[in-house]
Design a binder for this molecule. Structure first.
Ligand code: FDA
Ligand code: NAD
Length: 434
């Protein structure tokens, strides 16, 4: 049982931890001041790669190729970088108890880490079908995807079940990205989700119709309006069939489940204020407890632009919230202040040769523009969300770098629109005028 003390401790070694470490170094860090404690065995990496390049059949992405901060065009922080800069990377170490009053974290083997300032960066975990009591959900070859270990197991199964059948449960981000990845690997893919169209938390029916049409043209079978209620397995315990609520049964050699994430805040329950399923913070990512900050997926923070508390489970916010928290910590130490976080929500996804970006808020009336025919050689379309006569959100598939820049600006500026018909007619050219 060992005890170690640091000025700063980051619990969690994912995207935000890596970006926070870089910011600490940039603003002034002495060797031995910072420790990152992670239950993963590897240094912080760009998690989005796991559902994309990591699963490519040819030249897949592998570590150390996608350690942070390459995802945002920065220098790659290899494990040596932490060593050279005196940052202690404590890997394969799960914190099982946090005592915020005593400023101490401990592991199951009784090791203790003390801190002066704590950054909570534990991210999310997957929601499991067994959480809903789905029968047989612990069969072999049923996969979830959150960490590099999960991705490695899936890659093995893809190799072992060549040309086999895959069922994807869930029609959100994981569902759409993994449906494509398994199809590219030559599996026979069926997707199942309960809603009338995919990704309903962002997509409108018009946006979803394009992706569903495109996926069908790629040979992916889509079953909507039902859920998986059970699995049967063979004598080796390997999954063989997925039973659906509507009575159908699907053959499966591999099942991938993506039915949502849950922020990992249980260590801090009863010790910090919570809001909307996350840890409540201010615009500097300070929690209700002095010297304790929360960033990334776990933070519920004031989204200044919409005057509302929000939690965001996307990589751009993970990076930026981490940088903001570190800037706030360092400014406070120097008796300075910084501006409150003023975030413009930005999400993106890629699958097959498709790529979209979204900026702003998807509330109000949705106006579809452009060519959303899944048969088109080069489809390019988007959607504006208009609320109280202003454009507040924009989605664009197939844009250029300049076009994405233009829609980001639009979502920030929120220009007024007089006629929705005119907006639909102008389409993307409306964005380039702002
Ligand atoms: P993150 O999950 O990155 O890191 C948390 C870390 O804490 C993990 O290393 C975990 O092991 C560790 N940890 C947790 N509890 C611990 C404990 N008790 N003790 C020690 N360590 C602990 N977003 C986007 O905008 N575009 C995209 O394309 C994608 N793609 C994507 C693909 C996949 C497969 C996933 C799972 C997620 C995405 N995302 C995404 C979402 C994005 O990756 C996510 O929002 C960020 O990784 C969140 O960063 P955090 O640092 O908050 O958590
Ligand atoms: P999600 O919330 O995007 O989608 C969950 C989906 O699960 C729902 O849309 C629904 O279709 C489905 N669902 C819910 N209950 C179900 C049930 N009982 N049976 C079948 N389907 C059911 O969550 P996810 O796709 O699992 O993603 C997990 C996390 O990873 C999220 O935080 C997400 O933001 C993140 N992620 C983001 C990206 C990206 O931004 N490009 C990519 C991958 C993962």
């Amino acid at each position: 049982m060992a005890e170690k003390s640091f000025k700063y401790v980051i619990v969690g070694g994912g995207v935000s931890a890596g970006y926070a470490a870089r910011e600490f170094l940039k603003l002034g860090l002495k060797p031995g001041e910072l420790a990152i404690i992670s239950k993963e065995a590897v240094a912080p990496y760009e998690r989005p790669a796991l559902s994309k390049g990591y699963l490519f059949p040819e030249s897949p992405a592998r570590l150390p190729g996608f350690h942070v901060c390459v995802g945002s065009g920065g220098e790659r922080l290899l494990p040596e970088w932490y060593k050279e800069n005196g940052i202690e990377l404590i890997l394969s170490t799960e914190i099982v108890k946090a005592d915020l009053a005593a400023k101490a974290l401990s592991t199951s083997s009784g090791d203790t880490f003390k801190y002066q300032i704590l950054i909570i960066a534990t991210g999310s975990t997957v929601i499991r079908l067994s959480d809903f009591g789905v029968q047989g959900a612990d069969a072999k070859n049923i996969f979830y995807l959150r960490e590099v270990d999960d991705a490695d197991k899936l890659v093995e199964a893809i190799k072992a079940k060549k040309n086999g059948k895959a069922v994807i449960v869930g029609g959100g981000y994981i569902g759409l990205e993994l449906g494509a990845a398994l199809k590219i690997n030559n599996l026979d893919v069926t997707m199942v989700y309960p809603e009338p169209w995919c990704m309903p938390r962002l997509f409108t029916a018009g946006i979803a119709a394009f992706y569903e049409g495109f996926y069908k043209n790629k040979g992916i079978n889509i079953i909507k309006g039902t859920v998986a209620v059970g699995f049967t397995s063979d004598s080796n315990g390997e999954v063989k069939q997925v039973e659906l609520k509507d009575g159908r049964s699907l053959d499966a050699d591999i099942v991938v489940v993506g039915v949502g994430g849950r922020p990992l805040i249980s260590l801090f329950k009863g010790q910090v204020e919570e809001e909307k399923g996350g840890i409540k913070t201010d615009g500097f990512f300070k929690t209700s407890i002095p010297d304790v900050y929360a960033v990334g997926d776990v933070a519920t923070y004031p989204l200044k632009l919409y005057n509302e508390l929000r939690r965001v489970e996307h990589v751009d916010h993970a990076r930026k919230s981490a940088e903001q928290a570190v800037k706030a910590i360092k400014a406070k130490e120097e008796g300075n202040s910084i501006e409150e976080y003023d975030y413009l929500p930005y999400f993106y996804s890629r699958s097959f040769n498709l790529s979209w970006q979204f900026y702003g808020d998807n509330v109000g009336e949705a106006i579809l523009f452009g060519d959303n025919n899944p048969e088109s050689a080069e489809p390019k379309f988007g959607t504006y969300w208009v609320k109280d006569g202003k454009v507040v959100g924009v989605f664009l598939e197939g844009g250029t770098a300049d076009e994405y820049k233009a829609i980001a600006k639009l979502a920030r500026v929120q220009p007024s629109v007089e006629s929705l018909d005119q907006l639909a007619k102008e389409g993307l050219s409306f964005a380039s005028k702002v």
